[in-house]
Write a protein that binds this ligand. Sequence first.
Ligand code: PLP
Length: 398
Amino acid sequence: MQLSSRLQLFNEPETLKMAKLGRELRTKGLDIIDLSLGEPDFDTPGHIKKAAIKAIEDNWSHYPPVAGYPDLREAICGKFKRDNQLEYKPENIVVSTGAKQSLANAVLSIVDKGDEVIIPTPYWVTYSEIVKLGEGVPKFINTTVQDGYKISAKQLEEHITHKTRLFIFSSPCNPTGAVYTHEELKALVEIFEKHPDIFIISDEIYEYINFTSAAQHHSIAQFDSIRNRVVVINGLSKGFAMTGYRLGYLAADIPVSKACEKMQGQFTSGANAVTQRAAITALTSDLRPTYEMVQEFRRRREKMIEMIFNIPGIKCTVPDGAFYLFPEVKEYFGKKNSEENIQNADDLCMYLLNAAHVSTVTGSAFGDPECIRISFANNMKKIEEGMRRISEALGRLS
Ligand code: PLP
């Protein structure tokens, strides 16, 4: 059977593969602790669930407008004004089936065959793959634990060529938790000002999960000089514990938002109607449930940091946002025991799964083969036990 050559352009998400492997072992009766999770382990807040139920009862069951209901797009503009001091009009907004689709719409609308797309590593798994699907060429800027996993203006400038069309990044970052400050963004903006043909996709889906002292999120769209080239991507999955609802959105200059709407018109005809009604409630209500969830993430982060810093040979930044640690584990490469011979982060993750029964994700999935991602989107008991098992299993390697 002949399938399209397009399928060879990209890979399936490694994060989903790991979750699947963990599930398979669990069905065999093994006590697997899942620290690979990329979603909040919290229930969607009650008032949002009620809004979804009411939407079903009120028969929100017809095709919605492709770009989203007008009142939801108004609510999203209100959110941008309330949280980011950004002025958008509903025509700037396109609502999609998750931020992942917003990203796909934007990349496929901007990138042509052969265009270069700059992506700082480590990056969220989908960035490189969606660029490849769009026949663009990902160009990576490497960052490390030493530079806090953030690029400098100098690095950005060095990677720009006449073929550069787009820059994609997330702040807070999945997988590293790095959060760019206003000053750091300003330095990047000064480079973009010199290159007026480059678009910027700013993925801000972890906006609320921010542990910096002022808990302040900065968006690169706040800089007027480049704002017409910035596509802000956000969604309800992380901040409102609504991954399964599948609701993302983007804000962009009108030619880009119209292009994304056109793209979406052929792919999905728009996001789920019931979810869109629930999203209005989420975005216009008090954010207390979100802040309570973040408070709990903060407690778990502290515990995880305390435990990881007690493991010899591991280097780790303290994440300023999102819900992951991204330790550098290369000290363990070349070590072995009777169960495993560790050559790289993939081997280490498989070892932790098989020997410690803890699932994590290899850094190679995020473009950094010297690290692994450990999620704290699991309860404190599991985190403590999971980290204890990791420490013990690593201690058995020499
Ligand atoms: N962007 C980042 C950085 C993510 O980590 C994720 C999900 O893991 C997404 C976007 C996609 O979110 P959604 O569930 O809205 O598609």
